[in-house]
Design a protein around this ligand. Structure first.
Ligand SMILES: Cc1cc2nc3c(=O)[nH]c(=O)nc-3n(C[C@H](O)[C@H](O)[C@H](O)COP(=O)(O)OP(=O)(O)OC[C@H]3O[C@@H](n4cnc5c(N)ncnc54)[C@H](O)[C@@H]3O)c2cc1C
Length: 435
């Protein structure tokens, strides 16, 4: 049986790898000249900078194991974490007590949240935080659900900041399924992981063992009763028994003719936009600057249009005597700037202003000319109420030669996107066994 995967992001790569390891005939068609999709390491001022996924967690279940098998060492980032409140940085070693000592939440609020988490212990241990279908029974609005259990202060300061900073979206429009799944990663001891020279090492290693047709954008996907055919942008037609469509939702919507109602709803998942400005610096950050933290999340409503910051040197990726700080805009500001076509110059200026408000000593070190703007119109799938249930329904209903994968069937983190690839590979294998 011949399988074709569309898209060499982590979902498509993981799917093709799982099939190839079982000896299946599988090939990937990828629109660009590289593998990894939204796991991408760029070079700015000679520093390694993540312009897609920034880090993995040791509590992820798919990618750390995969990296180990591929011989890609994952290394802990030992720097502190931090929250920006009222334009001040509160940095701490990533742990509950340290967060309280840093004043991010009070002891009473932390105790209440800890008690509520203990009440969810069974679920937090058993359910896979990468699999929306396993959290579909709490597919209800996150803000009231979390506030009732964890208290308003913890919900706003910790969960709300994480959704804004990590996923560029607002907890007010998020499902409790995604909020609790995210909390599950932090409910046990974890470390933040990176790879060298950057996270892209993981998809690159995966890609090296697979057959990938680069620079081959698929223009159309046609399905018949016994198979499917893709039509490439140059008009070539490629036939297969099974096609795994592992591209972001808006791309999938453009390719898939005549989707079923559940497919149509899934591929219409709205995405939050991403706008990153990588500010180049002519020197290393001093230990005290930005609280010594690798990553900083901005509290909702208190930090202008800033969502998060990330420092290259603190992941061990800066060039000697240089540094780069990535300034991430929140979803609303990013959407507006992308829509209006705000110039690079203006965006760099805004990012530098936000950065220097937190660390005025950096002003003299900013190298505007080497700074870089990255616009990602569809950065992460929004975790609206109903999507976890929809994913569960799709799993139950999927049939025929086209199998969907990719992050619109996932929560907005890479381990979850990777899991959709494993699920799709399994579905293809079952179809092959049934003949
Ligand atoms: C700014 C940012 C920060 C993030 N931070 C983190 C983080 O810190 N930790 C974390 O775990 N996750 C993070 N994520 C999420 C993570 O990057 C994604 O969940 C994951 O990379 C999605 O993988 P995917 O395979 O579903 O999609 P993609 O990576 O987008 O892959 C899809 C592939 O399909 C290709 N393609 C598209 N259209 C076509 C076509 N017509 N024909 C052929 N190929 C096509 C694309 O070129 C691409 O290679 C972040 C994402 C962003 C954007």
């Amino acid at each position: 049986m011949r399988t074709v995967v569309i898209g060499a992001g982590i979902a498509g790569l993981v799917c093709a790898d799982a099939l190839a390891r079982r000896g299946e005939d599988v090939e990937i068609y990828e629109a660009t000249s590289r593998a990894g999709g939204r796991i991408e390491t760029a070079s700015v001022a000679d520093c390694g900078v993540e312009v897609g996924a920034n880090f993995l967690s040791s509590t992820y279940r798919v990618l750390p194991r995969l990296a180990k098998r591929l011989g890609v060492p994952l290394r802990p980032i030992r720097s502190r974490a931090g929250i920006i409140t009222d334009s001040a940085v509160k940095a701490y070693k990533p742990s509950g007590p340290a967060m309280v000592r840093a004043g991010v939440v009070g002891w009473r609020d932390a105790a209440r949240a800890g008690w509520a988490l203990a009440g969810q212990a069974r679920r937090l241990v058993r359910a896979d935080p990468a699999d929306p279908a396993q959290w579909a029974d709490i597919d209800v609005p996150a803000a009231p659900w979390c506030a009732e259990r964890f208290g308003r202060a913890f919900t706003d300061a910790v969960i709300g900041s994480a959704f804004r900073g990590y996923y560029f979206q607002d907890l007010a429009t998020t499902s409790a399924s995604a909020a609790l799944a995210m909390v599950a990663y932090g409910a046990r001891p974890f470390t933040t992981l990176t790879a060298d020279p950057g996270l892209e090492a993981v998809p690159r290693a995966l890609a090296s063992g697979l057959t990938i047709h680069y620079d081959s954008p698929v223009a159309r996907l046609e399905r018949g009763a016994r198979g499917a055919a893709l039509v490439l942008a140059d008009g070539t037609s490629v036939e297969a028994d099974r096609v795994v469509l592992a591209v972001p939702g808006p791309r999938a919507a453009a390719l898939l003719d005549d989707p079923s109602p559940v497919e149509a709803e899934l591929i219409a998942t709205p995405y939050s936009p991403g706008l990153l400005v990588v500010v180049a610096l002519s020197r290393r950050l001093a230990d005290h600057e930005l609280g010594g933290a690798y990553g900083l999340l901005a509290s909702p409503g208190r930090s202008g249009d800033l969502a998060a910051l990330c420092a290259s040197s603190r992941a061990g990726h800066a060039a000697p005597g240089r540094d780069a700080v990535t300034v991430m805009f929140d979803g609303e500001a990013a959407g507006e700037c992308i829509k209006r076509g705000t110039s690079d110059e203006e965006l760099v200026g805004r990012a530098v202003e936000s950065l220097c408000a937190l660390a005025p000593s950096l002003e003299a070190a900013v190298d505007q000319a080497s700074s870089r703007v990255v616009r990602i119109p569809a950065a992460m799938p929004t975790c609206r109420v109903g999507r976890a249930s929809l994913v569960r329904r799709y799993r139950g209903e999927q049939s025929g030669p086209v199998v969907l994968a990719g992050d619109y069937l996932a929560f907005p983190w890479s381990d979850s996107a990777a899991l959709t690839g494993l699920w799709a590979a399994n579905r293809v294998r079952l179809a092959a066994e049934r003949g």
